[in-house]
Design a protein around this ligand. Sequence first.
Ligand code: E4P
Length: 218
Amino acid sequence: MKFFIDTADIAEIRALAATGMVDGVTTNPSLIAKSGRKIAEVIAEICATVPGPVSAEVTAIEAEGMLKEGRYLRAIAHNVAVKVPLTPDGLRACKTLSEEGVMVNVTLCFSPAQALLAAKAGASFISPFVGRLDDIGQDGMGLIAEIVQIYNNYPALKTEVLVASVRHPQHVVAAAKMGADVCTIPPAVLKQLYAHPLTDKGLAAFLADWKKTGQSIL
Ligand code: E4P
């Protein structure tokens, strides 16, 4: 499963890219707003840092406006994936941009029917938001299971399932068990993936025993 990081914070992206664990980046208008920077500038920097797909979201609500914004964003770098909302206009824009060879990430997906529509519109990625479903008492990961099952029935579909709105490491593990293609992970959650108290305890014990030997490897 590929790991994308869900942030527009370039310092975080640089630090995490250096770990070799990052295959792409997702942003959204809220994350760009949080960065306090111009979208074109921040997307260009992210694209220069991470070679994989970098999602940049349109903010127009009609297809024509989405197409204009999408083409502008795509011109920033070859690895931009234009992100459009799962609306009739978003899917019209998705179909046109996909036919032009642009990667499109269809976002704000909350049902299997929506995921089916995005795949028919030629999306490169579908982004179901698991955390926001959990937040309202629904089963976010259940949605991923349904989408993976549906897409697996049609091997000709090329749309990748990109698990979004991830809140904790259990979402990531469950996504991998289900065979999702990508998980976009907030930096704090990516760091949590490394952690286990027995790793820390075991390492401390090994180092203490090693110190007693008086040896050094080099
Ligand atoms: C995905 O592309 C979105 O940017 C993101 O995962 C939304 O997550 P949130 O529900 O934590 O805002």
